[in-house]
Design a protein around this ligand. Structure first.
Ligand code: ADP
Ligand code: MG
Length: 621
């Protein structure tokens, strides 16, 4: 590079600027976490170099021990964190310490804007990583040299929008982060304070963390220790470090598995949903180690995508150390580990669900939608997944299992009824439910997008088919009701409806597929349903929303034969001058539009809707 000797000034990416403002302005209740972040980065850097040296022996540093070294200079008011890890070159510096590559950053900043009062909590969830240094430092200098490269670089910033990069002089690879400590943060220049922080947050780091000649941590991988020797706090610290998370883990699973493939797992289920949970990539975040050497945190085929909420590590001494990440992915041993982990996790979840249903409901709220993807992706384990699925329903304020639902089925009920929609609160109000409620027939309320998807694959449970109550006929007649309803009267009423049905059909033409008398309505006059062989209403809506469907199928308009409006209209339709009755034609359109509005859709022609409404009102007045 020709301008190697020059200092160049760069601006932070807009998002970094925003983040730095927040970091500087929020009164961070525990600013000390900056040290955990820097030590965590140093540890990651050592992990990366150790892995790189496996395949490129030129990078190995001979006998030099990998370590993280802290130094306090109370005269200069500086604290530094140094590592002899992978280091960064010019390109890396620009890509990492000037931008935020983290997925979900946009969403996070949006959430921050929306929720100004609770910024601190949110920052806690997101983790500001390296930038947290600016909570305690008025200037941050980074001197770094990438392993295998000759040049080193000096990065510096006061965290106010810009940073500079210039050539530096560093003899060996690695990174030193030097903080010029702010006046109000001088506590971080005290040895005792620093030691305490390291012991609190970074004991589990598997490289020695040193201050002076003293090693402050146990520097052994936590997962090789027996679980009874590890405290809840230690697990949590490790979770924070390895997952870049800040919440308490909802569940910790630590297992040393001996068998076809020996491996150790230390896995965590978070208690809050990570920001990138529904990213298109659906990446796994579990880190793979071979014999305590970090290999990769993006290994495909280690964890099924429907368990991507898991965090933590998998370590196996039976995998070959000397293979590339790509080759590792086709290692049959890895597939065995994956199967073993999957079964273990599902059985742990089942245990939790049985023992602490309320606690499990919290998990389900966070990750149920992800887990249900497994119903499609993992047919071999479908039954096990179904067992731990939970559903909202009309009869129960708590979530229900499918078996419990089936055990509550009424005599003559041969289907598992459900209604699907995007908004849980809205579908509860749906007119389609009326007849089912009246007969005491329970209906599952499905409001995750994935529901439409798995229902295409899982068509029955304990010999009962799943049936949408917004599609096809409502076979409520066969089901015995608790309170006696006048079923016989229905027939007579339907007969009286014939003329009205004919008149509405004539008026609406192709906009509806059919007009029928309804069994599923008790209070509302009308509703729309999908015809038996057609695509269900909610699925159609979803596909349209995602641009995968242009035009939906016309639906069936159902009339409630016992509703005042319908009965009166039927009378008029049977009278002699029905043909010239404007009210009947207006009513046909208004009824259709009503049914649409209830489902959250617009009237077909808003202007006409208003005109017809006006004319009907005028007549009534
Ligand atoms: P995260 O650790 O979650 O990736 P950070 O903000 O803590 O986010 O760090 C951003 C990036 O900067 C890291 O991913 C890494 O690439 C780089 N980095 C930070 N510190 C170091 C270091 N000591 N050695 C090498 N790279 C580092
Ligand atoms: Mg970090």
């Amino acid at each position: 590079m020709s301008d190697d000797n020059k200092k160049t000034t760069f601006s932070f990416q807009t998002e970094v600027g925003q983040l730095l403002d927040i970091v500087a302005s929020s009164l961070y209740s525990n600013r000390e976490v900056f040290l955990r972040e820097l030590v965590s980065n140093a540890s990651d850097a050592c992990d990366k170099l150790r892995y790189a040296a496996l395949t490129d022996t030129a990078l190995s540093q001979g006998s030099e021990e990998m370590a993280i070294t802290l130094e306090i200079d109370s005269k200069a008011k500086t604290l530094s964190v140094a590592d002899n890890g992978i280091g960064m070159n010019h390109e890396d510096l620009l890509a990492t310490l000037g931008t935020i590559a983290k997925s979900g950053t946009g969403a996070f900043l949006e959430a921050l804007k929306a929720e100004e009062k609770d910024q601190v909590g949110l920052i806690g969830q997101f983790g500001v990583g390296f930038y947290s240094a600016f909570m305690v430092a008025e200037r941050v200098d980074v001197l770094t040299r990438k392993a295998g490269e000759a040049e080193s670089w000096f990065w510096s910033s006061d965290g106010k929008g810009e940073f500079t990069i210039e050539p530096g002089n560093r003899e060996t690879c690695g990174t030193t982060v030097l903080l010029k400590i702010k006046k109000d943060a001088r506590e971080f220049l005290e040895e005792i304070r620093v030691k305490h922080i390291i012991r609190t947050y970074s004991d589990h780091i598997s490289f020695p963390v040193k201050l002076g000649d003293e090693s402050l941590n146990s520097a052994a991988a936590i997962w090789v220790r027996p679980s009874k020797e590890i405290t809840r706090e230690q697990y949590t610290e490790f979770y924070h470090h390895t997952a870049h998370a800040f919440d308490e883990p909802w569940h910790v699973m630590h297992n040393q598995v001996e068998g076809a493939v020996n491996h150790t797992t230390l896995l965590f289920v978070p208690s809050t949903a990570p920001f990138d949970l529904f990213d298109a990539e659906r990446k796994s975040h579990v880190k793979l180690y071979v014999n305590r050497v970090f290999i990769s945190d993006t290994t495909k085929d280690l964890i099924p995508t429907y368990l991507r909420f898991l965090r933590g590590i998998v370590d196996s001494q039976d995998l070959s150390l000397n293979v590339s990440r790509e080759m590792l992915q086709t290692d049959p041993m890895l597939a065995k580990i994956k199967t073993s982990i999957t079964k273990k996790v599902l059985s742990e979840l089942k245990k939790k669900a049985g023992k602490t249903p309320e606690d499990y409901a919290a998990f389900w709220g966070n990750f149920g939608a992800v887990l249900k993807e497994g119903l499609v992706e993992d047919p071999a384990l479908r039954d096990r997944i179904l067992e731990i699925c939970r559903f909202a329903s009309t009869e129960n304020s708590a979530l229900t299992t499918l078996s419990d639902y089936v055990s509550r089925c009424k005599d003559g009920q041969d289907a598992i009824y459900y209604i699907a929609g995007e908004d849980a609160a809205k579908i509860q109000q749906s007119p389609h439910l009326e007849g089912f409620r009246a007969k005491g027939v329970e209906v599952l309320l499905l409001s995750d997008q994935v529901d439409e998807f798995w229902l295409q694959h899982v068509t029955e449970f304990e010999d009962k088919p799943f049936k949408s109550i917004t599609r096809g006929a409502a076979d409520l007649d066969k089901i015995e009701s608790e309170t006696e309803t006048d079923d016989d009267k229905d027939e007579a009423d339907s007969a009286g409806l014939t003329a009205l049905i004919a008149s509405i059909k004539l008026e609406l033409g192709d906009t509806v597929k059919d007009v029928r008398s309804s069994k599923r309505l008790t209070e509302s006059p009308v509703c729309l349903i999908a015809d038996e062989g057609d695509m269900d209403v909610n699925l159609e809506r979803l596909l349209k929303k995602h641009g995968q469907l242009q035009q939906g199928m016309p639906r069936v308009l159902e009339l409630n034969p016992n509703h005042q409006i319908i009965m009166k209209l039927a009378e008029r339709a049977n009278s002699d001058d029905a043909k010239s009755d404007d009210l009947l034609t207006d009513a046909a359109h208004l009824l259709l539009d009503q049914a649409r509005i209830v489902e959250g859709e617009d009237p077909l022609e808003p202007v006409e809707f208003v005109r017809r409404m006006g004319s009907v009102m005028a007549r009534a007045l």
